[in-house]
Write a protein that binds this ligand. Sequence first.
Ligand code: NI
Length: 202
Amino acid sequence: MKRTDLIIATVVLVVAVITGLTLWNLNSQTRHIAKSDADILIGGSFTLVNQDGKTVTEKDFKGKPMLVYFGYTFCPDVCPTELQVMASALDQLGEAGSDIQPVLISIDPDRDKPEVIKEYIGNFHERLIGLTGSPEQIAAVAKLYRVYYSKVADKGGDANSYTMDHSSIVYLMDKNGNFIKHFNYGTSPENMAKGIKEALDR
Ligand code: NI
């Protein structure tokens, strides 16, 4: 092999390796992006109790997309704000969102008995339903949705005035109960409505 041929062969090899690595890197980045939301395992089977004291499971929601939020009625600010955002987003969607079932799942089963939830949800949206259950049922559904919650004792020592520390995320599930996307706390009603519409039109 001539010296120039060796140089050309080396250059070709180096270019091929760099191109290969770049393509491989781009490909893995694309895969990473695609993995962002819909591939994450969220949701699943649950057994809970609705605001009328009736036992319900995920099967009762088949055929309707769900907008799910975990919170509690005693919450001073975060939950009412987020439920207001959900209600406002649904109102903005109008007919396009008329299928969507908004759901509040309590992470405070000790205080949120069905009748308490029933009175509370009336403040937000006419289609909003409220689910509660035994502490075990709530723990199970929270785990499925990767929701964090924890009791925080009242500083004054009043056993009934505890608050709940909890994650504040709105989940959009499709009509088969599969997770589509989530909205973080602070999302505006406009952006939530837009995000829901885009996701459901897809
Ligand atoms: Ni809250």
